[in-house]
Design a protein around this ligand. Structure first.
Ligand code: IPM
Ligand code: MG
Length: 368
C-alpha cells in the first residue's frame, strides 16, 4: 500500500478548527485502506511565535522539507501586530514558500452550482465558472532586495523591489501552458508592460515559451488592471491566468470572491521535482486566519478540506479519491447545508464541525 507523509500546520485563527475537520477526512481515507497517510503536526505563524519566538522554526522547516506534502491552515492576527517585522506570522508562510521553492501557486476559482446565488455578481455571470489562476510565488516584489525603510523622522523612504529573472518566468509559464492543455487550452498572461520593466520581460518570455513549446495553446496578453476589471465584468472569458506574485495575490482574491465565498477555495503551491523525482508541495485555503470568528465554530472548513483534495490529485496522483471528495462536498451543498459565510435564506446553517460531519457522512454514502 502507498504510504505518504503529511505535515499539518494549522497555524492561527480559524486554522486549527478547519484543520481538525480535514484531519477527520484524512482519517476516513486511512480507514478505507486505499493508501496510508502518516500525519505529523507542528506550529507555524503566530502560534509558533508564541511558543518559540519564531514563526517558522528550523525544526519545523526540516519536517516540512522531509514531508511528501504540507497542509497549511492560516496565519496572522492582531494579536501579533507588534512583533518584529521579520518574526510576524506571515513571515512563516513566506519562509515555507521560499525554502521549499514553491514557485507555482495554483488557485482554482470554481463556482459550485449550488452557490451561484451567493456570489456578489449575477448568477448567470458565475454559473459554471472555472478559472485557474497560476501565480508566481517565490519572486517579484515579495522577495526582491532591497526591501527597506531608511531615513528618520518625518522624511523616511520605503523601497520594495520588483525583480524577475528569465528562468523564473519560463518555469511558471510552462506550468500555466501545461495546465491549460488539460483544461480549456487558453492562457491569459497578465502584467503591466506599459509601466514596468518586469512586465516587458514577462511578456517577452511568456511569448517565446508559447511560440517554442506550446503554440497549440491560445495565448492572450492582458494588462493586470484590465484583467481585474474583466474578471468582474465577464469572468467566464478566462480559462488559465498566469501572473506574477503581487498581481496574483490580488487577482486571486477577486476571482475567489466571484465564486460566492473565500471560504470555498483551495490552493496548491508546487515546486520543481527534486533529484528523487518527488515534487515539493504545500496546500492551503486561499482565505486567511479570520481571527474575528476564530473558535466560534463558524468557519467554513471546505477550502481546507478541498486543499487536501488538491493534495491527493497533484502530489499523489490519486484523482479518483480527489473526485470522490469533491463529489461529497458538492452533494452536501446541494442538500442545502451552509456555514455562515455562504448562508442563504431558507437553507440550513451548520457549524464547522457539522459541515465536517456532513462531508464524512456523504463520503460514507458515496462509497457504500
Ligand atoms: C495569500 C496571502 C499571503 C500573500 C499573505 C498572508 C502573506 O494573502 O496567500 O494570498 O500575500 O501571499
Ligand atoms: Mg492574498
Amino acid at each position: 500500500m502507498a504510504n505518504y507523509n503529511l505535515l499539518l500546520l494549522p497555524g492561527d485563527g480559524i486554522g486549527p478548527e478547519i484543520m481538525r475537520e480535514t484531519r477527520r477526512i484524512i482519517d476516513w481515507f486511512n480507514a478505507q485502506g486505499g493508501a496510508h497517510f502518516e500525519i505529523e503536526e507542528d506550529l507555524v505563524g503566530g502560534a509558533s511565535y508564541d511558543a518559540h519566538k519564531s514563526p517558522a522554526t528550523d525544526a519545523m522547516m526540516d519536517r516540512a522539507l522531509a514531508a511528501d506534502a504540507v497542509l497549511f491552515g492560516a496565519v496572522g492576527g492582531d494579536k501579533w501586530a507588534d512583533v518584529p517585522y521579520e518574526a510576524r506570522p506571515e513571515a512563516g508562510l513566506l519562509r515555507l514558500r521560499k525554502d521549499l521553492e514553491l514557485f507555482a501557486n495554483l488557485r482554482p476559482a470554481v463556482c459550485y452550482p449550488a452557490l451561484a446565488a451567493a456570489s456578489s455578481l449575477k448568477p448567470e455571470l458565475v454559473e459554471g465558472l472555472d478559472i485557474m489562476i497560476v501565480r508566481e510565488l517565490t519572486g517579484g516584489v515579495y522577495f526582491g532586495e532591497p526591501k527597506e525603510i531608511t531615513g528618520t523622522g518625518n522624511e523616511k523612504r520605503a523601497v520594495d523591489t520588483q525583480v524577475y529573472d528569465t528562468h523564473e518566468i519560463e518555469r511558471i509559464a510552462r506550468v500555466a501552458f501545461d495546465l491549460a492543455q488539460k483544461r480549456g487550452n487558453r492562457v491569459h498572461s497578465s502584467e503591466k508592460h506599459n509601466v514596468m520593466a518586469t512586465g516587458i520581460l514577462w511578456k517577452e518570455v511568456v511569448t517565446r515559451i508559447h511560440d517554442e513549446e506550446f503554440s497549440g495553446v491560445e495565448l492572450q496578453h492582458i494588462l493586470a488592471d484590465n484583467c481585474a476589471m474583466q474578471l468582474v465584468r465577464n469572468p467566464k472569458q478566462f480559462d488559465v491566468i498566469v501572473t506574477d506574485n503581487l498581481f496574483g495575490d490580488i487577482l486571486s482574491d477577486v476571482a475567489a470572491m466571484l465564486t460566492g465565498s473565500l471560504g470555498m477555495l483551495a490552493s496548491a503551491s508546487l515546486g520543481a521535482a527534486g533529484s528523487d523525482g518527488k515534487m515539493k508541495a504545500m496546500y492551503e485555503p486561499v482565505h486567511g486566519s479570520a481571527p474575528d470568528i476564530a473558535g466560534k465554530g463558524k468557519a467554513n472548513p471546505i477550502a481546507m478540506i478541498d486543499s487536501f483534495g488538491m493534495c491527493l490529485r497533484y502530489s499523489f496522483n490519486r484523482g479518483a479519491e480527489a473526485d470522490l471528495l469533491q463529489k461529497a462536498i458538492t452533494n452536501v451543498l446541494e442538500k442545502g447545508l451552509r456555514t455562515a459565510d455562504i448562508m442563504q435564506a431558507g437553507l440550513q446553517q451548520v457549524s464547522t464541525g457539522e459541515m465536517g460531519d456532513a462531508i464524512l457522512a456523504e463520503l460514507d454514502n458515496l462509497s457504500a
